[in-house]
Ligand binder design. Sequence first.
Ligand SMILES: Cc1cc2nc3c(=O)[nH]c(=O)nc-3n(C[C@H](O)[C@H](O)[C@H](O)COP(=O)(O)OP(=O)(O)OC[C@H]3O[C@@H](n4cnc5c(N)ncnc54)[C@H](O)[C@@H]3O)c2cc1C
Length: 453
Amino acid sequence: MQIYDVIVVGAGVSGLAAANNLMLNGFDVLVVEARDRVGGRINSQAFAGVIVDLGASWIHGVQENPITRLAKKHNISTWRSQMCGPSPDNILHREMFNTEFKRLTHEQKLKIANWMADFLDYLETVQIDEESHLKSIADLKRQFILEQNIIKEDESYIDYIADTLFLYEYAIEAKDLSAESHHADIDFAGSDRLFPQGYAQITDLLAKNLVIQLNEPVQSIDYSGDLVQVITAASQYHATYVLVTVPLGVLKHADIGFNPYLPQSKRKSISQLEMGILNKIYLEFEDVFWDKEAQSIACLSPEHRIAREMMNFYPLSQKPILMAFTAGVVAKQLEHLSDRELIALVIDSLKHMYGENLPNLKNYCITRWHSDEYSYGSYSYLPVGVKAKRRQKLGKPVDNKVFFAGEATSFYFPSTVHGAFLSGVRSAYQILQIDLLTEDVRKKTAIVEDPYL
Ligand SMILES: Cc1cc2nc3c(=O)[nH]c(=O)nc-3n(C[C@H](O)[C@H](O)[C@H](O)COP(=O)(O)OP(=O)(O)OC[C@H]3O[C@@H](n4cnc5c(N)ncnc54)[C@H](O)[C@@H]3O)c2cc1C
């Protein structure tokens, strides 16, 4: 019987980062992955003659970001992008349509940009205290509208600002998102960058020297004995430690059984934190019919939410490609529609904005992350009533045998690739500490533990 030092469950960026760190320290590591590929929520695919990302696309904030460092070190090219990372300046570079499908003028966009800057300033002034998690971002938005005396007709602009800042970033409606969210996360400085040849170059790189068993969904983990048993339909693996990196959605769905049953604090974290939904619809047309220079396109009509946040991929790909985001409750509802129905909705919205005679649609590609049985959502968020500290509890080891990593366990950088990556490094470090140091030494050195929380 082969006994591994560590079995890592899940070959997403967190699992791969952890496995690499452990392997470099001389541990025998096996990665067990349910899908037929590595990368998890990083998934680059060929589309319309270019590579597009169906999961993560952007390095958010390049400065000091560990992903930037990896890309640079391995000569993986990245492209400076203003498309994401909502900022007041960015609003001016959007092609925007009002609720009557009229193009906004530069002055109107400037007005929105200024309000966005004011709203961001206002959010900074909000005191974060023990009760903050009981309020929602929507509560803060209402307060802002009141304080600024914003008239009813202009509220659609504020709704859009809140959506672009929160709905499309946190993948959940402002009314369900804890007010603590805005302050809990740390953003890296610098611009956002995309990978013209796909984000998967990073996960492929991390996977290169690892032993990975693909196509094996883990069904249960038994940590009742001295060794941990990891059980799949085809095999039973044994190890001293197991590192679980599956998405929060999979833990919530209880697709992996644990013996003994997970302790209450862990279960509470799993049930209290939630998964948001962000989906992408890539569209290739015969010609570009929108403003080629625009970074993105936005329709403010509440009836056309499918066209509320569309990215213009022409500058990156030199191809007539748009990518529509859907997010939150709307994204979940839209997952039930067939491809045909969804495409008909987007085309209808675009016709309202650009007229009846659109160039033909050549290709499309649609994601459905909520229906994905190895994710059940796009990334985690803090619901109203839940403190950010829950993430730390989710990441805490059980019995010094079962460890947890993944974006949802990242206290400072949740919902991102760099947060997932650092959580993997943190967990590898925890395992190393447990394995190499006695409890006594660990207590004395506790101050240097958890540097990546
Ligand atoms: C649409 C979308 C857009 C995003 N955009 C960005 C972005 O622009 N920038 C950014 O920084 N982040 C973005 N993110 C978030 C980012 O992709 C994630 O935070 C990160 O990739 C998560 O990595 P992970 O290792 O925690 O989880 P995952 O990548 O999900 O890895 C977990 C692995 O576990 C596997 N697994 C599941 N169940 C089992 C099982 N039973 N047995 C074995 N294996 C199992 C899964 O298949 C998966 O491979 C986006 C995510 C989505 C979905």
